[in-house]
Design a protein around this ligand. Structure first.
Ligand SMILES: [Zn+2]
Ligand SMILES: [Zn+2]
Length: 487
């Protein structure tokens, strides 16, 4: 009897899925007609608004920091498929709060620290539709979504408020792309989940509103993209050109589809900076190793699981038979914390500012199913110890001081690491020295705050060790922090 019921239920389920697929074809066709997608080979458009830097929030769990987009131009060719994006952003938050300056770029002399100098900063990107990332971003656009749904076994279900939700699987089911069609058959939202080393599975969403008709093509004049629940773009669109020459002339980027990044496997190499103190080189930001009598402490776990495992293997090679008591995390930005899930999976306790503790405990319970990592395959509770204003790690022979840079606008959780015996201060993102010959900058409030802490705490610093690479004499910090003027 039970079995009969089960077979009956399965038959009904199979029937409804089948109908779903047939319905989906009709629904996608109707939306494509309403939107003008069927005749749309490509489109170009401009916009202005805001962009936001993922993973660079001022407070852990808070919104991504905002930049003004003074100019945004996109062109899409659905046939290739490829999308070209170019935009200019201006760092006009006053004062700046959070990260997001990006690495230093020699051509523009921009990046490294906020406020970003010398006017708008230009970003150019080619989204190659043959790669996962490129395909997802093209499917996230309203017309790209309908073309993707038409080509990829879509199904449909009724949502709330009379909307229809069309979904299709991509890359062997790794991703599900879902789009919401409103009563006018317009795409008002597209979403999927992407993988992030620090955050695990992360919602990627695009919201479309204020549709206008441009030569028979419906196009949204307001575009909002969100990642992890917070905006990454908020754009007011203008100058939409369906089937533009610009879109038609786009060709596939030269890199072959699916080619792996050129870097090769992750590796780490220890370089001794002082007796019992090493930089673990193998990527930026870097990790560091401090040896105590019967254990070691690692500072920073950037990157991802692969990089962190290579780094931990190098620690075991350099200091065999000494357990890792802690991994110190300087702040919650994703470039500094992408390896923490791997640290949790290894069962190593994490030391971070106390403002991150509750957030991290919750964060590291997030699933990572899009790209399964060790922590999602064998979930483990994170062991997090919060640091207040100061925490001293010592075994009587040497000590390491973790100090909170309270009031630093780069991140409210920012810690520096002081080695009194070595007279070294490890810092991330409060000071970004510029290469010789670069135009000097007025001081950043992030840098003046660092110097204030060194003075207030009476630290005896000979050298600054930059977690983003390189070392400088203390005088470089004093000189930069005292520099006046405007861009
Ligand atoms: Zn940062
Ligand atoms: Zn950084």
């Amino acid at each position: 009897m039970k079995r009969m019921l089960l077979i009956g239920a399965l038959a009904v389920l199979a029937l409804s899925l089948d109908l779903g697929a047939q319905d989906a074809r009709g629904v996608v066709d109707a939306a494509s007609r309403a939107m003008g997608t069927a005749t749309l080979q490509g489109v170009s458009y401009s916009a202005t608004g805001s962009s936001y830097s993922v993973g660079q929030n001022y407070t852990a769990g808070g919104a991504w920091p905002r930049f003004t987009v003074s100019k945004y131009d996109a062109a899409l060719n659905f046939g290739v498929p490829v999308m070209r994006e170019e935009f200019q952003r201006v760092d006009d938050e006053n004062p700046p709060k959070g990260g997001g300056a990006g690495p230093y770029v020699p051509e523009s002399q921009q990046g490294g620290i906020r406020p970003i100098p010398f006017g708008p900063q230009t970003t150019r990107a080619m989204r190659d539709g043959r790669t996962e990332n490129g395909a997802l971003l093209i499917w996230l656009t309203p017309h790209g979504f309908l073309k993707g749904a038409a080509a990829n076994n879509a199904t449909v279900r009724a949502g709330q408020r009379g909307v229809q939700v069309v979904s299709f699987p991509a890359f062997g089911g790794k991703y599900t792309i879902s789009g919401t069609l409103n009563a006018q058959n317009l795409v008002e939202r597209v979403e999927t989940k992407v993988s992030n080393p620090m955050y695990g599975d992360m919602a990627l969403e695009a919201l479309y509103s204020d549709y206008r008709d441009v030569n028979g093509v419906k196009f949204p004049m307001h575009i909002v993209q969100r990642q992890g629940g917070f905006p990454t773009f908020d754009l007011r669109v203008s100058n939409v050109q369906p089937n533009s020459d610009q879109a038609a002339s786009l060709t596939a980027p030269p890199r072959p589809a699916g080619a792996p990044a050129a870097e090769g496997p992750a590796r780490a190499t220890a370089k001794e900076l002082a007796p019992g103190f090493w930089a673990l080189e193998g990527g930026i930001p870097m990790s560091f190793l401090v040896e105590f009598r019967d254990h070691v402490v690692v500072i920073e776990a950037p990157g991802n699981e692969e990089r962190t495992e290579a780094m931990l293997a190098e620690v075991k090679r350099v200091t065999p038979n000494k357990p890792i008591r802690y991994v110190v995390n300087t702040h919650h930005h994703s470039d500094h914390s992408g390896g923490l899930r791997a640290v949790v999976a290894e069962g190593i306790p994490i030391l971070t500012h106390q403002s991150n503790k509750a957030y991290y405990e919750k964060l590291f319970r997030n699933p990572s199913q899009v790209v399964p990592d060790k922590l999602s395959r064998a979930p483990k509770a994170a062991v997090i110890e919060g640091v207040g204003d100061k925490r001293v790690l010592t075994d009587g022979t040497r000590s390491v001081e973790l100090l909170h840079l309270s009031g630093n606008l780069h991140a409210d959780s920012l810690l520096v690491v002081y080695l009194p015996k070595e007279r070294m201060l490890l810092q991330a993102d409060a000071f970004a020295p510029r290469p010789p010959g670069a135009k000097p900058l007025p001081s950043s409030p992030y840098t003046t705050n660092l110097l204030e802490h060194v003075r207030k705490r009476k630290l005896d610093v000979a050298q600054l060790v930059h977690i983003h690479g390189g070392m400088d004499p203390f005088s470089a910090l004093v000189e930069t922090a005292n520099r006046r003027g405007t861009n």
